[in-house]
Design a protein around this ligand. Structure first.
Ligand code: NAD
Ligand code: LMR
Length: 365
C-alpha cells in the first residue's frame, strides 16, 4: 500500500512540474509577443550601405532576435525608384520581425516617432576626393535633418551618424537638434574602424577576431584617427594577455598597424570604386546593438561621442573614445594610461576636428 501511495505522490508531483513548465512557457510566450515594435529610421536607404543595413535590422541583428521593428526608409526624390525597389524587396523578404515599413522622401514623415535613427544619407567620397571636399554638401543636409528629428522623433531617440564627415555631421546635428535630442543621444560611427583594428590584430596573431578585445579608436573617422592597441588583450587559451606582449613587435604596432586601419576606407574605395558598405552596415548594427543592449563585461568598444573633456579632448567635439554601455547609456572608459606617442596622435586628430568644425560652420553661413 505504502509503495502505491509513493508512486501516486511521485506521479502527482511530476504532473505539477509539467503543468508549471507549461504555464511558464505560456507566460514567456506572451511576454515575447507583447514586445512593442520599435521604429527605426534609415536615411539614405536607397544607397549601398542602406541596402546592406536594412536586412540586418529586419533580421534582429541590431536590436535583438525578439524585437519587432517598424522600418522607416528615407531617401531623396532622385533616388525614389531605388527606394521603391528596396521597399519592395523588404516586403518580399517576409521578415517575421518587420511589423511595418514607411518609405518616403519627406524627412518629417520619416522621422515621425522613431526611437533609433541611422543617418546614412549623404554624398559619399569618391576615388581621389578628400573628406573635406564632401563637407559643404553634407553639413547642410545634417542641419535640415536635425530639425526634422528635433520636431518629430520619439523622446529619447538615439541617433547614429554614418555619413561622412561622420564626426562633424554629428556635431552639426547635435547643435541643431538641441535641446530636444540631448548630446548623450547622438553618436557617430567609428565602430567600423574599431572592428578593422580587431581584424588586423587577429590576422597578425592568427587567432579568431572574437579572441581580441579592447582596441581603441581615438578621434576622427578619418586618416588622422589613432588606432591604439596599448590596452588591447588577446585570449591565448591560457587567459587574456596584452596584445603588445603577444605581438612582440612594437615597430609593427606603432606604424603599419596604425596606417593600415587609418587607410582602410581609402583602400576599399580604390579596390571597389565605391566606399565600404557590407562592413559599414555591420558596424552600424554593432554600435547600436552595444549602445542599446550593453557592452559585455570587461569589454569596451569605440564610439564617436560628445567629449566631456576626458583625456584632455576639448569638450563638445564629437570624438571617438573607448566606451562601455549599460541600460542604453554609454560612458567613457576612464583612467587609461596615455603615453607621449599616443597623446600626440590623439591631439592631432582633435586638431583636425576643430578645423572641420570651423569649416562646417563657415559652409553653413
Ligand atoms: N562612418 C563610417 O564608418 C562610414 C563608412 C562607410 C561609408 N560612410 C559614409 O556613409 C555615407 C553613405 O555611403 P553609401 O556608400 O551608402 O553612399 P550611397 O551614395 O550609395 O548612398 C547614399 C544615399 O543617401 C541618399 N541621400 C543623399 N542626400 C540625402 C538626404 N538629404 N536625405 C536622405 N538621403 C539622402 C542618396 O540618394 C543615396 O541613396 C557616405 O557619406 C559615406 O562616405 C561612412
Ligand atoms: O573614407 C571614406 O569615405 C569611406 C568610409 O568612411 C570608410 O571608412 O570606409
Amino acid at each position: 500500500m505504502e509503495y502505491l501511495a509513493a508512486i501516486e505522490k511521485s506521479l502527482f508531483l511530476l504532473g505539477c512540474a509539467y503543468l508549471s513548465w507549461k504555464i511558464i512557457r505560456y507566460i514567456w510566450g506572451l511576454a515575447k509577443i507583447k514586445k512593442e515594435p520599435i521604429k527605426v529610421l534609415v536615411s539614405g536607404a536607397a544607397g549601398q550601405i542602406g541596402y546592406a543595413l536594412v536586412p540586418l535590422i529586419a533580421r534582429g541583428a541590431m536590436l535583438g532576435p525578439d524585437q519587432p521593428v517598424i522600418i522607416h526608409l528615407l531617401d531623396i526624390e532622385p533616388a525614389v525608384l531605388s527606394l521603391k525597389a528596396v521597399t519592395m524587396e523588404l516586403t518580399d523578404a517576409a521578415f517575421p520581425l518587420v511589423k511595418g515599413i514607411v518609405s518616403t522622401t519627406k524627412a518629417a514623415e520619416a522621422c515621425k516617432g522613431v526611437k533609433i535613427a541611422i543617418m546614412v544619407g549623404g554624398f559619399p567620397r569618391k576615388e581621389g576626393m578628400e573628406r573635406k571636399d564632401v563637407m559643404s554638401r553634407n553639413v547642410s543636409i545634417y542641419k535640415g535633418q536635425a530639425s526634422a528629428l528635433k520636431r518629430f522623433a520619439a523622446p529619447g531617440c538615439k541617433v547614429l551618424v554614418v555619413a561622412n564627415p561622420a564626426n562633424t555631421n554629428a556635431l552639426i546635428l547635435k547643435h541643431f537638434a538641441s535641446p530636444s535630442i540631448p548630446e548623450k543621444n547622438i553618436s557617430c560611427l567609428t565602430r567600423l574602424d574599431h572592428n578593422r583594428a580587431l581584424g588586423q590584430i587577429s590576422e597578425r596573431l592568427k587567432v579568431h577576431v572574437g579572441d581580441v578585445k579592447n582596441v581603441i579608436i581615438w578621434g576622427n573617422h578619418s586618416s588622422t584617427q589613432y588606432p591604439d592597441a596599448n590596452h588591447a588583450t588577446v585570449n591565448t587559451g591560457k587567459g587574456w594577455k596584452p596584445v603588445r606582449e603577444v605581438v612582440s613587435d612594437d615597430q609593427w604596432l606603432n606604424t603599419e598597424f596604425i596606417t593600415t586601419v587609418q587607410q582602410r576606407g581609402a583602400e576599399i574605395i580604390k579596390a571597389r570604386k565605391l566606399s565600404s558598405a557590407l562592413s559599414a552596415a555591420s558596424a552600424a548594427c554593432d554600435q547600436i546593438h552595444d549602445w542599446v543592449l550593453g557592452t559585455p563585461k570587461g569589454t569596451w568598444v569605440s564610439m564617436g561621442v560628445c567629449s566631456d573633456g576626458s583625456y584632455g579632448i576639448p569638450p563638445g567635439l564629437i570624438y571617438s573614445f573607448p566606451v562601455t554601455s549599460k541600460k542604453g547609456e554609454w560612458s567613457i572608459v576612464q583612467g587609461l594610461e596615455i603615453d607621449a606617442f599616443s597623446k600626440a596622435k590623439m591631439e592631432a586628430s582633435a586638431k583636425e576636428l576643430i578645423e572641420e568644425k570651423e569649416l562646417a560652420y563657415s559652409c553653413l553661413n
